[in-house]
Design a protein around this ligand. Structure first.
Ligand code: NDP
Length: 273
């Protein structure tokens, strides 16, 4: 499944939508500290936004910024009618309480979909804003006409940003969902039941072909950098080729879809006004 190509198509559609409707979506992007990976992620998001016609208001704050100063900035944007979305790049420095920051963002401007109110809406099947990675996976599956209804879906990983919201989205889509994690016993026995397997563990190439049944759909969320500098996922792509019916590559699978969904949600927020 080619996430890069689909993400490009979505971004082109969004660009047309913004131009045709005369929208000027504005996204506040807040980066704290000098984590190199976060800087790359933020740059990619800013570039994607610019190409679509989303204006970003960028803040790169030092790691020493106080929690109160960061909260004040968020409150200011919560009140600003010209700002449609607020993104605080995670992780934050240890001196800042990440939950406090995430909860301070107005749910109406929560483009990342991490606010507990938005997660609650998702669990009640009345979503407002969705976490971008699971939403991107649903769009990717829909594009390839893979309907989760009635299917056995197994998710490996239970993080707040991937595994848990993914489980809720799949349940909302009428799948039968199993969520597994590091304490799960007989993991392979469970993953081999999956019609659709979604892996988000952060463990490089952890699952090989012995973990799937013939014809399974495999979505690899993992992004792991090996010592030689190459990027690999949480599944062994080569081993699964030929056994899986559909498989996402890393890079070029889930990653670009995540950014496309962030852009889509920003445009949706601007449309809601
Ligand atoms: P977390 O570290 O927050 O969660 C990892 C999950 O995997 C945990 O629930 C953990 O279980 C589980 N796990 C770890 N080891 C095993 C194991 N041996 N067997 C079974 N379960 C295991 O990671 P994230 O969800 O934030 O991210 C996962 C991966 O996805 C990372 O590689 C990350 O970089 C990538 N990612 C990619 C994105 C994209 O856009 N492409 C977006 C977000 C993340 P337990 O809860 O018991 O500890």
């Amino acid at each position: 499944m080619d996430g890069k190509k689909l993400a490009q198509e979505i971004r082109t559609q969004l660009k047309d939508e913004v131009a045709q409707n005369g929208l000027v979506p504005r996204l506040a992007v807040i980066l704290v500290g000098d984590d190199p990976a976060s800087q790359v992620y933020v740059r990619n998001k800013q570039r994607a936004a610019e190409k679509i016609g989303i204006k970003t208001v960028d803040h790169h704050l030092p790691a020493t910024v106080g929690q109160e100063a960061l909260l004040d900035l968020i409150y200011q944007y919560n009140e600003d009618p010209n700002i449609h979305g607020i993104l605080v790049q995670l992780p934050l420095p240890d001196s800042i309480d990440e939950a406090k920051i995430t909860h301070a963002i107005s749910p109406q401007k929560d483009v990342d979909g991490f606010h507990p109110i938005n997660l609650g809406h998702l669990f009640m099947n009345k979503p407002y804003s969705l976490p971008c990675t699971p939403r991107g996976i649903m769009e990717l599956l829909a594009h390839y006409k893979i309907n989760p209804s009635g299917k056995d879906v197994v998710i490996v990983g239970r993080s707040n940003i991937v595994g848990r919201p993914m489980a809720a989205l799949m349940l909302n889509a009428d799948a039968t969902v199993t969520v597994t994690h590091s304490r799960t016993r007989n993991l392979a026995q469970k993953t081999r039941q999956a019609d659709i397997l979604i892996v988000a563990t952060g463990q490089a190439q952890m699952l090989d072909a012995s973990y799937i049944k013939e014809g399974a759909v495999v979505v690899d969320v993992g992004v792991n950098r090996l010592e030689d500098g190459s990027l690999v996922g949480d599944v062994d792509f080569e081993s699964m080729l030929g056994k899986a019916a559909y498989l996402t590559p890393v890079p070029g699978g889930v990653g670009p879809m995540t950014i496309a969904m962030l852009m889509k949600q920003t445009v949706e927020f601007a449309q809601r006004g």
